[in-house]
Write a protein that binds this ligand. Structure first.
Ligand code: ADP
Length: 840
């Protein structure tokens, strides 16, 4: 059974108008109770008088409940009265069942009536059904007289089934009602929220409109106040001005106009959206007015080498419209066509008079518009290419303004286009003036006395009309291009060359004006061209705009910093967008500094100087570092050769000391290198090994001469002294870093392959390979040379001896290679002996 949901109950009763229902049920119940007297007379005549009393009592109860209903304050109280009514009716019938069992049918009426007539909850219905069931079961089981089991059972089954069906019905209805209740509650909640946000939006919208209205005053006034004097100066009313100053002032004026146009468009759009714009209609010859507009854009079209055509019927077309406003529509379509049509293209304007309308079509052979954008381009701020790197300037306001103006004229505007081939914009307006609703027309007279028309302050401030004599120029100002040649680079006169990259020639001009007195400048309008200039001229610093068509400033930075030859050139990115994200992107792209527009010229110069200074110091440091490195390596070389010649003279000193081992080092070196070459040593390894072999006995310098040359057997002490020579050799060589490996080989040249050698008892591959080779070469030379304590042996004997000791004293692999070169050793040995004999 569902939980008691008070909210639900209250709502259930309220929505079903419970009071009225209960009233009707009381009346219906009273009528039925009374009318069944007839039945009593026919079917239960023996009990008629008793039943009459029962019915009268119940009817009195009805009267009482009716009165109570009138006083009930809440819906719940009304529902409770309905429940008492049901109990009252049921108890009357229960008593009658005692006497007349077939009166159970009265209960059937109540069971069905409850579900249909009173919207009770499932829980209440079940409680009442239980009472109804008992009100048959109890009297029938207590008094079966004259009824018979069969009848009672029959009635019982019927009653129970009906109650079950009723309960099921009540359950289903209860669920349905609850579900409906919940969804309605949700709906109400959502509606409430929507209403709330709607109200908020309305307030915001009003604020926005208010804001834009303020913009009129707050932005337009200062701007006109700036532009007015500029105009006066340019007209020469304040004396002659130099051409540079004129150039600068013209740049200021052009950019002021751009801003003014933007503000005007925004204002118009807000006025239109707020429904505040009115039309000052008059009848004009539409061909003449369009033709005059075409003449104003002709110079721009010529500049871009775009052909301009005008096709119209031979007779005049009269149209009633607001010429000033409508001019904005036509100019916007023309300026878009000029903007998005490349050099050499064609723009055609068609005027066509139909029965009740006139159709103007502006067709171009430009870049076209993708099909999915044909509708949305008329939305505010919508642009096909809204990216930072789009090639055309624009804000996405023009077409939405055009649409609003055309709709105010009750006309239509639409676009057709094939991407890459061109676009066609069609404006259709009605002839005559009957189609204008009264509320869009401005019936005021134009020429009102100043005092009435404007506020006093308005008269004092210069108006837009006063400073822009040619209003159309203002509409087309976006399309004016500045000749970059005038901003081209000068000759070399300053210390540093700066490359400036910006797609807007006006900015380049400005940079020239700001920086030209201190730096040599190179200017380009695209990053791609800029890369070429960087490679060719290697500037000292680059100033690069971020948002540019094609390669943007970040990509340019990355390209420069990825090039080893260019990466040292400092880059300052210049951007109109500020913010941490932008800064981070710039730094990631490798830029050295970041400056946002509008920038302060002093700050810009200071940053350039700082970067140039750092760059200069860096390159001086790099140069000093290079020189230092060169000198250091020179010194190291000198030191090394000095050391080597010292050590070599030591070796010759030892050779001289020891008459028996004279030339020993040279020979050992020869043998060692022969074996090493056979073993595939590289040139560098051979070089190192050569040094090691020459120096291998350098430690003997510390062994007294008499021991070295002692003819007889050495004492243990003497032998120990001799055994020290490898370690001593190492310690002589170790201080020279590059000789570390060589020192190790020298230390190990008396180690034995089986670990019985000295000084460290190294084994197998623990012994450096060079030392293993030297051990064989050294042994061979010792055997074949005469020593104070023994005669020289033959080559064959020496070879045999070495083979014998392979695997014990010598590395078998080295021995193998030794055997391969041993034949040539035999030759050398005999030659060596001859030389020695000759010397003696
Ligand atoms: P914008 O100031 O960007 O030119 P508009 O509302 O005048 O704003 O135009 C919206 C966009 O519609 C433009 O940015 C451009 O992508 C597209 N568009 C308008 N006219 C043309 C045209 N003749 N050819 C191609 N694209 C056009």
């Amino acid at each position: 059974m569902p939980k008691r949901d008070l909210d639900f109950e209250e709502r259930l009763y309220r929505e079903n108008d419970i009071r009225r229902r209960v009233r009707l049920i009381i009346i219906a119940s009273a009528i039925l109770y009374f009318s069944f007297l007839v039945l009593d007379k026919v079917y239960a005549s023996p009990y008629f008088s008793r039943f009459l009393i029962i019915r009268l009592v119940v009817l009195t109860g009805h009267g009482f409940l009716f009165a109570l209903l009138g006083r009930a304050k809440t819906n719940k109280a009304c529902a409770n009265i309905a429940k008492v009514l049901a109990l009252l009716d049921v108890s009357g019938i229960a008593i009658m069942i005692w006497f007349q069992n077939s009166y159970v049918q009265g209960l059937y009426i109540i069971i069905i009536g409850l579900v249909v007539a009173v919207p009770l909850t499932f829980r209440d219905t079940i409680l009442l059904y239980v009472v109804i069931w008992l009100s048959y079961v109890i009297p029938s089981s207590l008094n079966m007289e004259g009824v018979g089991w069969l009848n009672v059972t029959y009635n019982f089954y019927f009653l129970t089934s009906l109650i079950l069906i009723g309960a099921l019905g009540s359950y289903v209805m209860d669920r349905l009602r609850r579900r409906e209740f919940r969804s309605r509650a949700q709906l109400e909640e959502t509606t409430g929220k929507l209403q709330e946000s709607n109200a908020k939006l309305k307030t915001l919208d009003e604020l926005k409109t208010q804001f834009f209205a303020n913009v009129n005053h707050e932005l337009r006034t200062p701007l006109t106040l700036m532009l007015a004097p500029v105009k006066v100066i340019l007209e020469g009313k304040m004396g002659r001005i130099s051409s540079t100053l004129k150039d600068t002032l013209e740049t200021m004026q052009r950019n002021g106009y751009k801003l003014l146009k933007l503000i005007n468009n925004l204002l118009d759009l807000t006025k239109l959206e707020a429904g505040k714009m009115r039309l000052k209609v008059r009848t004009v010859n539409f061909i003449d007015s369009t033709s005059s507009l075409l003449s104003s854009v002709k110079p721009l079209a010529d500049q871009k080498q775009i052909r301009l055509y005008f096709q119209h019927p031979p007779h005049a077309i009269e149209l009633t419209l607001d010429p000033d406003q409508f001019e904005k529509v036509t100019l916007n379509l023309l300026s878009n066509a000029l903007k998005f049509t490349p050099k050499g293209g064609k723009i055609t304007v068609y005027l066509e008079e139909k029965e009740s309308t006139v159709l103007m079509t502006v067709e171009d052979t430009g870049i076209g518009i993708p099909p999915n954008m044909l509708e949305t381009i008329f939305d505010r701020f919508s642009q096909v290419d809204g990216s930072m790197s789009r090639p055309q300037e624009g804000t996405g306001i023009g077409l939405s303004l055009a649409r609003e103006i055309v709709s105010l004229h009750q006309g239509t505007i639409r676009a057709e286009s094939t991407l890459g081939k061109g676009s066609r914009f069609m404006v259709e307006v009605f002839k005559g003036e009957d189609h204008y609703p009264e509320e869009v027309l401005d019936r005021r007279q134009d020429e009102q006395p100043v005092g009435i028309k404007r506020r006093v302050t308005d008269v004092q401030e210069p108006r837009v009309q006063d400073i822009v004599t040619d209003f159309r120029r203002l509409q087309l100002v976006d399309l004016e291009r500045v000749d970059i040649e005038t901003a081209a680079a000068g000759t070399k006169t300053h210390d540093a060359l700066i490359l400036v990259i910006d797609d807007n020639p006006e900015v380049l001009k400005l940079m020239k004006m700001l920086l030209g007195d201190e730096f040599d400048l190179e200017m380009t309008t695209s990053a791609e061209k800029g890369l070429g200039v960087v490679k060719e001229k290697s500037p000292d610093l680059i100033l690069c705009d971020v948002m540019m068509p094609g390669m943007d400033g970040h990509a340019f930075s990355r390209a420069v910093k990825a090039d080893e030859a260019l990466k040292h050139i400092p880059i300052i990115l210049v951007t109109a967008r500020s913010g941490a994200e932008m800064l981070q992107q710039g730094i990631q792209a490798g830029a050295d500094d970041y400056i946002s527009k509008p920038f302060d010229s002093v700050e810009l110069k200071a940053r350039i100087r700082a970067l140039l200074r750092i760059r200069r110091v860096e390159s001086e440091l790099a140069m000093a570092n290079r020189n230092l490195k060169l000198r250091t390596s020179d010194l190291v070389d000198q030191q090394r050769s000095l050391f080597l010649s010292t050590v070599k003279s030591l070796v010759s000193a030892i050779d001289a000391k020891d008459e028996y081992t004279r030339h020993h080092s040279t020979r050992v070196t020869d043998f060692t290198l022969k074996i090493a070459r056979k073993m595939g040593f590289s040139e560098k390894e051979i070089g190192d090994l050569e040094l090691a072999a020459i120096l291998h006995d350098v430690g003997k310098i510390a062994v007294p001469e008499n021991i070295l040359n002692k003819p007889g057997k050495l004492t243990e002490h003497e032998f120990a002294l001799i055994k020290e020579h490898p370690a001593r050799g190492e310690s002589i060589l170790r201080p020279v870093i590059e000789l570390k490996d060589i020192a190790r080989v020298v230390r190990s040249h008396h180690e034995h392959y089986d670990g019985t050698g000295y000084p460290d008892g190294l084994k197998g591959r623990e012994i450096p390979l060079g030392a293993r080779i030297m051990a064989v070469a050294d042994a061979y030379d010792s055997i074949v040379s005469e020593r104070p304590y023994r005669k020289a042996s033959s080559h064959r004997f020496a070879v045999k001896e070495i083979i014998r000791c392979s695997g014990a004293q010598f590395d078998p692999e080295v021995v193998e290679h030794f055997l391969e070169v041993s034949a040539s050793l035999a030759q050398e040995q005999s030659q060596g002996q001859e030389t020695a004999a000759a010397e003696e």
